[in-house]
Design a protein around this ligand. Structure first.
Ligand code: IMP
Ligand code: MG
Length: 180
């Protein structure tokens, strides 16, 4: 796996530090004792970020899952999200924090935010680990952002290419000959 990675963009220690800071930022917006918090990770890319983030969040929370397939197979260019499954848990009247790996073209977040709003949450905020600011549309709001990165296709720390490399601990760029 490591030999497929041409360059590391964000080392795991840097990611860990930033995730801790993000968790502190997020916690300040959800005073303890307030109405229930539901964290909604967008599967599958957010799984590692989610696992690290929620263990730094000392808040009482439920977790509801939303599954979206945005890059089926060996595609690296943005496409409309293919399948969006309804969330698995409680949303109505609860404070919802959406968690995603990356804000790229914004199509995934636009669709999921609309779907969540239809369930009448008490509030809706969004946290993303990465954002490609050169591409992200200005009308899609991410309230908490880990890192702004260049417009590169990245893998690792949950992000995949053809469903591989999610377990690579850093965030890196693949050797160009491996990509279509
Ligand atoms: P968007 O809908 O274009 O904003 O893309 C969001 C989804 O596409 C993310 O949740 C990722 O699963 C996937 N994606 C976008 N950019 C990358 C990337 O650079 N590497 C891996 N997956 C990506
Ligand atoms: Mg993906």
């Amino acid at each position: 796996m490591h030999q497929d990675i041409a360059r590391i963009l964000l080392h795991e220690t840097k990611i860990r530090e930033r995730v801790r800071e993000l968790a502190n930022e997020i916690a300040r917006h959800y005073p303890p004792g307030e109405a229930g918090l539901t964290i909604i990770p967008i599967l599958s890319g957010s799984i590692i970020f989610l696992a690290d983030l929620i263990r730094e969040l000392p808040l009482k929370m439920k977790i509801a899952l939303v599954h979206v397939t945005a890059y089926p197979g060996r595609t690296t260019s943005a496409q409309a999200p293919k399948t969006i499954h309804e969330p698995t848990g409680d949303i109505r009247g609860r404070h919802v924090l959406l968690v995603d790996d990356i804000l790229d073209s914004g199509r995934t977040l636009r669709a999921v935010q609309e779907m969540i709003r239809r369930h009448n949450p008490a509030s809706l905020r969004t946290a993303v680990l990465l954002r490609k600011p050169s591409k992200a549309p200005t009308d899609i709001v991410a309230d908490f952002i880990g890192f702004d990165i260049e417009d590169l296709f990245v893998v690792g720390y949950g992000l995949d290419f053809d469903d591989h490399y999610r377990n690579f601990p850093h965030i890196g760029v693949l050797h160009p000959e491996l990509m279509p």
